[in-house]
Ligand binder design. Structure first.
Ligand code: B12
Ligand code: SF4
Length: 429
């Protein structure tokens, strides 16, 4: 008999959360490798097409597939009490999971997606409920929180942790031989409008605030055939918007992104593409910009962080200001809509004294594109995260919260002033 496996994407406990193309892609990929070798059931707390959320006007998606989550206000955890913002629980109500679990036959395994390290209270809640209703199911955690905070995650009460990207121990634990050619298990959703793709793992840079180089190592393209299979599945299922979760989508584009986009055009696939996880402006050539626009890219998020060359060099030299300016020019010349080009800039980074953030925001504005302040989250095991031990207990993942850290670093008023300034600048475009 095939094992019965429950897949759970937990609710989010945070000050803010927005469905910026959020999908439990790691867990769905693992489930895809086990397609037809197990019986799967999904409970995705963050599925805005679930009948509970789909009926609510204020939670409707925008044209690109983004939107608000249902939430309930809750008390802040003790260590975040001094952050003057409401703490919330985002996602379907907990009682719906209880009702669901009561009516399900026993599960052999439960796979739980973990994402931001500071979202672990949602994972803990899921574990408590599974233990209550299905005490014999083996609970397996995988994803970013488990990888970056394995000791902490080990204390949440799960049975097995999948750290990093090596899935061999998981296959042994499940006692199933996977089929690694299978695409992610997207058909498990009753209705799906947004999908995710990842054409490669890793990144060639080593930014001091980022965990990717340590977790993924060298840049490694995935198989083009695999990515095209996955895209075809998404297309068949009626997906309208696809976001790339790549860390270096434009790196070695001649062998990775360009052949992929050429196939999209050749096969006349009409899907909107998005790059929420930041593109590197250095790699935007005129040809690539044209290809991206003609193959369906609609939004362009560029990682910039700061216009200060001292800050840029000190944190890894991933991109310089003239490269951002040239990329914007090329994207505009290729027909990209200026209102859909956004440069991220990091807010609350510990080297704020050399970051020249306000000047950087004005520089981005001078290029005629939107800026977006990306609150800094200190990550354990990275040079900048470890430096933040000066201000916070980094062994408590709640202290990695991106809303909290800038307030702790620079104060609530200063952080708000910069956010207001960003809004004002964007309004004048
Ligand atoms: C996509 C992405 C996003 C998306 C959202 C993703 C989501 N679903 O929520 C967006 C763009 C919105 C985003 C936003 C942010 N992000 Co982000 N993001 C990522 C990224 C690139 C991938 C995360 C992911 O979904 N992985 C899942 C899949 C794609 O990974 P995979 O390797 O293929 O998975 C394999 C294995 O890992 C394993 N696996 C993975 N999951 C599971 C689950 C199970 C059950 C099992 C068994 C196995 C398994 O098996 C898979 C099979 O191949 C990571 C970097 C990275 N490369 O991991 C950063 C990362 C998670 N983000 C990070 C940061 C800093 C942020 C922001 C704070 C940035 C900012 N200041 O705005 C925000 C925070 C958003 C918020 N609301 O708080 C940090 C982590 C911070 C933290 N403290 O946890 C990371 C690690 C990047 C970094 N800088 O180091 N992010
Ligand atoms: S370029 Fe992006 S993914 Fe690569 S190390 Fe820097 S921040 Fe991380």
């Amino acid at each position: 008999m095939k094992p019965r496996i429950l897949l759970v994407n937990p609710p989010i406990y945070d000050f803010a959360a927005y469905d910026f193309w959020l999908k439990p892609y790691g867990m769905l990929s693992v489930a895809g490798y086990l397609r037809e070798k197990a019986d799967f059931v999904l409970f995705d707390y963050l599925d805005r097409l679930d009948p509970f959320m789909a009926g609510q006007e204020q939670l409707k998606s925008d044209l690109c597939g983004r939107g608000r989550f249902y939430f309930e206000k809750i008390t802040s955890p003790e260590c975040l009490k001094n952050i003057p913002r409401h703490f919330r629980r985002f996602g379907l109500p907990r009682s719906l999971f209880g009702d669901f679990l009561k009516n399900e036959k026993p599960f052999d395994f439960v796979l739980v997606q973990t994402t931001m390290t500071y979202w672990y209270p949602g994972v803990r809640e899921v574990i408590e409920d599974i233990r209550k209703f299905h005490p014999n199911a083996k609970i397996i955690l995988g994803g970013n929180y488990v990888t970056l905070c394995s000791t902490h995650a080990g204390n949440l009460g799960a049975d097995f942790l999948v750290q990093g990207t090596n899935l061999e121990p998981l296959w042994k634990y499940l006692d199933i031989i996977p089929d690694l050619n299978q695409p992610a298990l997207w058909e498990i959703y009753k209705e799906l409008k947004v999908g995710i793709l990842k054409l490669a793992d890793g990144c060639p840079f080593s930014c001091t605030y980022c965990s990717v180089p340590k977790v993924y190592g060298k840049f490694k393209p995935r198989s083009l055939k695999h990515s095209l299979n996955e895209l075809e599945l998404l297309y068949r299922l009626g997906v309208e918007n696809v976001a790339f979760y790549d860390d270096a989508l434009l790196f070695e584009a001649e062998t990775v992104l360009i052949p992929f986009l050429e196939k999209i055009i050749k096969n006349k696939i009409k899907i909107n593409f998005h790059s929420p996880n930041a593109l590197n402006a250095r790699f935007v050539t005129s040809e690539l910009a044209k290809l991206m626009v003609s193959s369906g890219f609609k939004t362009f998020y560029l990682g910039f962080e700061s216009a200060s060359s001292q800050w840029q060099k000190q944190t890894g030299s991933k991109v310089f200001s003239d490269e951002l300016a040239q990329a914007v020019e090329k994207l505009l010349a290729a027909g990209a809509d200026a209102t859909n080009i956004t440069a991220y800039q990091i807010l609350g980074h510990p080297f704020i004294d050399i970051q020249e953030l306000e000047e950087s925001m004005r520089f981005v504005h001078s290029l005629g594109i939107h800026g977006m302040l990306a609150d800094f989250s200190p990550i354990p095991g990275t040079p900048d995260g470890e430096y933040c031990r000066k201000w916070i207990n980094i062994d408590e993942p709640l202290m990695h919260n991106k809303t909290a850290f800038p307030v702790i670093m620079m104060g609530f008023d200063e952080s708000n002033r910069l956010k207001d300034l960003q809004r004002q600048l964007n309004r004048t475009l």
